[in-house]
Design a protein around this ligand. Structure first.
Ligand code: GUN
Length: 295
């Protein structure tokens, strides 16, 4: 294997240990326990799994957490009522609305009801707007994009001046990670379904972020030798030999690309654990602001 592995699980565990230590101190000094609410609407299997993992991790590091769950046919008014309750709940410092929401709900309106002070997912339209603008700082950065930047930083990978190519323009990953890379002075290209000659574009990348949700789409000849490859994909593939009947695979053909890249994240075990670590970090940050420790 030519590429060095970026071990997201190990880096996320180190961050979580730092957060756990801070929570102990916050409790002792201020009698304050950071609290997170994850709001889940409907029965999307992947969303249920993500929320369960987030809740489990909260418990593990001493964060207070609740998981309001609404049925798939919940009305706009019902979902907004839950958000309003959480906005005024002093035990809750962070509110996460798990996406995607069922199609009949107005996602933008729901996300805009989350208190800016508790928007630990960074998806409030004002926070996304600030993320997109020069010299503006959102109250929180979205967790997966922030986790990707943290992975690069903790691995000692320079971002400034580098050619970064992002595959995918989703509101959750592609678009916000492009904005964060731009804020760090990378030269950023965003690719999408209408991009012509994709491999020629991705081969320019010093840093290649794959966030399209297509199993092993990025091949070895799409990657510049020595490039940093970050795989955000988590695609379910049928596998009768696996215990659950399926396994998770990234957007990158890991086996082939690791022979060309300089650095590579596995999937699972790369970006995924970092998303949760950033969620906990943002909730801690919010609680510290409440306690007046930070602005
Ligand atoms: N769905 C997939 N990823 C995410 C995420 O990071 N936050 C939220 N709220 N929903 C998601």
């Amino acid at each position: 294997m030519a590429a060095k592995l970026i071990d997201g699980t190990a880096i996320a565990e180190a961050i979580q240990a730092e957060i756990a230590a801070e929570i102990v101190q916050l409790k002792a000094q201020y009698g304050l326990t950071p609290g997170l609410a994850t709001v889940l609407v409907g029965n999307n299997h992947a969303s249920q799994t993500y929320v369960r993992m987030k809740q489990r991790r909260c418990k593990k590091i001493g964060l207070h957490s609740i998981a309001p769950t609404l049925p798939a046919d919940a009305t706009q008014t019902q979902v907004e009522a839950v958000i309003h309750e959480l906005n005024v709940d002093p035990a809750i410092h962070g509110i996460l609305v798990q996406l995607p929401l069922p199609g009949h709900l107005d996602e933008e309106k729901i996300l805009s009801q989350v208190s800016l002070a508790k928007d630990i997912d960074g998806f409030h339209p004002i926070n996304i707007g600030k993320l997109a603008m020069k010299h503006r700082i959102p109250s929180f950065e979205p967790c997966t994009p922030a986790g990707i930047i943290e992975l690069l930083d903790r691995t000692g990978i320079e971002i400034e001046g580098k050619e970064a190519v992002v595959l995918g323009r989703s509101n959750i990953v592609g678009l916000p990670v492009s904005m964060l890379l731009l804020k760090r002075n990378a030269t950023v290209t965003i690719c999408h379904s209408q991009t012509q000659n994709l491999p020629a574009v991705t081969r320019r990348a010093d840093i290649l972020i794959a966030a399209v949700g297509r199993t092993e789409m990025v091949k070895a000849d799409w990657v510049k030798p020595g490039a940093v490859v970050i795989d955000v994909g988590s695609n379910s593939v049928d596998d009768p030999t696996a215990k659950r009947g399926y396994r998770l695979v990234g957007d990158v053909d890991f086996k082939a690309v690791k022979e060309v890249a300089g650095w590579i994240t596995p999937s699972p075990g790369g970006v995924g654990p970092m998303t949760i670590a950033m969620l906990l970090k943002n909730t801690l940050l919010s609680a510290k602001r409440t306690a007046g420790i930070l602005q």
